[in-house]
Design a protein around this ligand. Structure first.
Ligand code: PAF
Length: 284
C-alpha cells in the first residue's frame, strides 16, 4: 500500500493507476475507520477488480463542521486506520493535512443548492457545501472511475450524485448499505461519544425506522406524513436522554418531501443525545 500525504504524489500515483487501463475506485472517509468503512472498501475492491486500484482518503474536513460542532474532538487515529487499510488490501491511502487541502486563504466552494437545503442542511447550514467542496477536490485529485459512499448518509450521497452530474464529473457514484450493530444502531464514529446509558437508548433511531415499516406494512392506504411523524416522535420522546431533531419522509431519488407515506417512501431522522447528534434512514 502506498501512503501519500502530498498533492503532487497523489496526482502522480493516480495518473499512473489510470494509465494501467484498470478501474480506479475512490472511498473518501474522515478516518477512524470502522466496519462500515471496511464494507465500503470491500465494495470498492469488487468494482476495481484485482488489477484495479482502490484509493482511500482520510481527511477530517474542517469546512463541513459548524462552529459549535465536534471538529476538534472528532476521533483521529492515523496509525490504526493505516493498519486497517493495509489489511483490507487498499492500494493507495491518501491522508493529507489541513494545510495541504486548504493552503492559504481558501475562498472557493462548491454548492449544491436544492437537495442540500432540507433535513441535514436545515440543521447544519454549512455542512453540505463543505462536503461537496472537499469531494470535488478529491475527485479532481484522484479522477476515479467510481466513488463509494455509505447509505447511512443518504442525503449526502444524493447531494454528491447531483454535484457529479451537474459538474460533469465522469464518475460513477455507488452507495453501499448501512452496517449496523447487532441491536440495530448504525455504525458511526460519533457512537464513541455516547455514555453507556445514551448508547442503550440510541437504538431508538432504528426502532423508529422499524416502527415506520410496520405502520406502512399494515396500513390499508398511504399514511398522512404528519400523523406518522407524531406517532414516531412519541417513540423518541420515551427515551429520557434523546432529543429529536427531525423525522422526514421523502422520495429516495429526488428527496422531495412525501405528504403521504407508503411502501418505497424513505424515512430519515436525526436525534441528539447530549451534544452527540446521530442520524439514520431507511426505505419503508
Ligand atoms: O461521509 C464522510 O465521511 C464525509 O462527509 C466525506 C464524504 C468523507 C467528506 O468529508
Amino acid at each position: 500500500m502506498k501512503f501519500i500525504r502530498a498533492i503532487p504524489a497523489i496526482s502522480r500515483e493516480t495518473k499512473a493507476a489510470r494509465s494501467s487501463g484498470h478501474p480506479v475506485v475512490l472511498v473518501p472517509t474522515m478516518g477512524n475507520l470502522h466496519a462500515g468503512h471496511l464494507s465500503l472498501i470491500r465494495r470498492a475492491r469488487k468494482l476495481a477488480g484485482a488489477k484495479g486500484t482502490v484509493v482511500v482518503t482520510l481527511f477530517v474536513n474542517r469546512i463541513q463542521f459548524g462552529p459549535t460542532e465536534d471538529f476538534a474532538s472528532y476521533p483521529r487515529n492515523l496509525k490504526r486506520d493505516t493498519a486497517l487499510c493495509r489489511e483490507a488490501g487498499v492500494d493507495i491511502l491518501f491522508a493529507p493535512s489541513d494545510a495541504v487541502i486548504y493552503p492559504g486563504a481558501h475562498s472557493t466552494y462548491v454548492v449544491e443548492s436544492r437537495l442540500a437545503k432540507r433535513m441535514e442542511g436545515a440543521s447544519r447550514p454549512t455542512h453540505f457545501r463543505g462536503v461537496t467542496t472537499v469531494v470535488a477536490k478529491l475527485f479532481n485529485l484522484v479522477q476515479p472511475d467510481a466513488a463509494v459512499f455509505g447509505a447511512k448518509d443518504w442525503q449526502q450521497a444524493a447531494v454528491i450524485r447531483q454535484m457529479t452530474t451537474d459538474l460533469n464529473f465522469p464518475i460513477r457514484i455507488v452507495v453501499a448499505p448501512t452496517v449496523r450493530e447487532r441491536d440495530g444502531l448504525a455504525l458511526s464514529s460519533r457512537n464513541a461519544y455516547l455514555s453507556p446509558a445514551e448508547r442503550e437508548q440510541a437504538t431508538v433511531l432504528y426502532d423508529v425506522i422499524r416502527a415506520a415499516r410496520l405502520a406502512v406494512k399494515h396500513a390499508p392506504a398511504p399514511l398522512p406524513a404528519g400523523v406518522l411523524r407524531r406517532k414516531l416522535s412519541r417513540l423518541v420522546a420515551k427515551q429520557r436522554l434523546a432529543k429529536l431533531d427531525y423525522i422526514e419522509f421523502f422520495d429516495p431519488k429526488t428527496l422531495e418531501p412525501a405528504k403521504r407515506v407508503e411502501r418505497g417512501t424513505h424515512i430519515a431522522l436525526a436525534v441528539f443525545f447530549g451534544k452527540t447528534r446521530l442520524i439514520d434512514n431507511g426505505r419503508l
